[in-house]
Design a protein around this ligand. Structure first.
Ligand code: ADP
Ligand code: MG
Length: 328
């Protein structure tokens, strides 16, 4: 007999509270969760929706999917500089497949443990239109911290990215059949697409050091474009300094450039900071084992342009847009 809704919730999503949970915490099992908030803090909240056929292939590993559905939210918290405190999971499922659920819950809970972001509630329903996953993540910021707002970049800031670009977009193109993979690179880069690592610790360290930040979910030029627009500044992007995932060297340079500049699903942070903060930011990179790369500079002149070999070049600000038709 198929597993009932409540057995399913209890079996896969109700877990004992962590030993360190604040007294008064109420997790899965009541009408709503209660998360005590430390004095002097403000709540940060975000939600991402993942739809079968849109954000993941039906045959994707459920373990990776569980991880990714939380990771993309933790990445949004990271881009604000927030510290995760808990999350809620909305799940719409066409059928109850216990092996799938066990593996999904395992991936989800593994990441929740790793980032100390316990699952404290959610909703589980039947779906007639494929799998739909909606995660809400909650985090905290000190009350005197505005957070790493998109709107806080200043003129003459350095622009930084927190890691290599391009690989998830190339992996996606191989998986959807639009790019050949003669050297079997997929096995090397698949994890960058399916199990991104949210830069939570980096976001926290950048509080009070960086000005503005955004996570690269839809492509560098598009996401940096959002940040620039919100801040009322322009920028020159140093194309020759953009960190490229090492496994991409066997692909056509034009394909790689497109992926690096415009490819989504990266979940590295793009942030801006005063030039006087360079040494501090490099030290943060060393502490966290990240190669933070300075890839450009903001300026008063609006718009985003590229620079390569000393020349300025036009840069289309394109990336993923759900409603643009062709996805560019
Ligand atoms: P309600 O009827 O109040 O919406 P439910 O019966 O749907 O409550 O859920 C029972 C409990 O299980 C609640 O605490 C809810 O937050 C939790 N829950 C339901 N689905 C999930 C899920 N997918 N992940 C985590 N908790 C869940
Ligand atoms: Mg419910």
């Amino acid at each position: 007999m198929a597993l009932g809704e409540f057995t399913l919730i209890n079996r896969y999503f109700k877990r004992p509270l962590r030993p360190g949970a604040a007294p008064g915490t109420v997790g899965v099992g009541d009408d709503a969760a209660i998360l005590p908030i430390k004095a002097g803090h403000q709540l940060v909240a975000c939600k991402d929706l993942l739809v079968q056929g849109r954000h993941f292939f039906p045959d994707v590993s459920p373990h990776s999917l569980g991880q990714k559905s939380l990771a993309v939210n933790l990445s949004d918290l990271a881009a604000m500089g927030a510290t995760p405190i808990g999350c809620l999971l909305g799940l719409a499922l066409p059928t109850v497949n216990e092996a799938w659920l066990a593996s999904f819950a395992n991936g989800f809970n593994q990441l929740a443990d790793q980032y100390d972001c316990p699952l404290v509630g959610g909703d589980t329903v039947a779906s007639e239109a494929g799998i739909l996953i909606s995660v809400t993540a909650l985090g905290l910021l000190p009350h005197d911290q505005p957070g790493l707002l998109r709107s806080a970049a200043q003129v003459d800031d350095d622009i930084w990215v927190s890691g290599p670009l391009g690989a998830p977009d190339i992996a996606l193109k191989i998986l959807n059949g639009s790019l050949d993979d003669p050297h079997d690179r997929l096995s090397v880069i698949r994890a960058t697409l399916e199990s991104p690592e949210p830069r939570v610790a980096l976001g926290q360290h950048l509080l009070g050091v960086a000005h503005a930040a955004i996570d690269i979910s839809d492509g560098l030029t598009q996401d940096l474009g959002h940040l620039l627009k919100a801040s009322g500044v322009g920028a020159v992007l140093d194309i020759d300094r953009l960190p490229i995932h090492p496994a991409l060297s066997s692909f056509e340079p034009s394909v790689v450039e497109q992926a690096v500049l415009h490819g989504g699903d990266v979940y590295e942070l793009c942030f801006t900071a005063a030039a006087s903060r360079r040494a501090r930011i490099e030290a943060i990179g060393q502490t966290l084992g990240l190669s933070l790369m300075r890839v450009g500079q903001t300026r008063a002149h609006l718009g985003l342009v590229g620079q390569t070999q000393g020349r300025l070049v036009e840069l289309a600000s394109k990336g993923f847009d759900h409603f643009s038709g062709d996805g560019t």
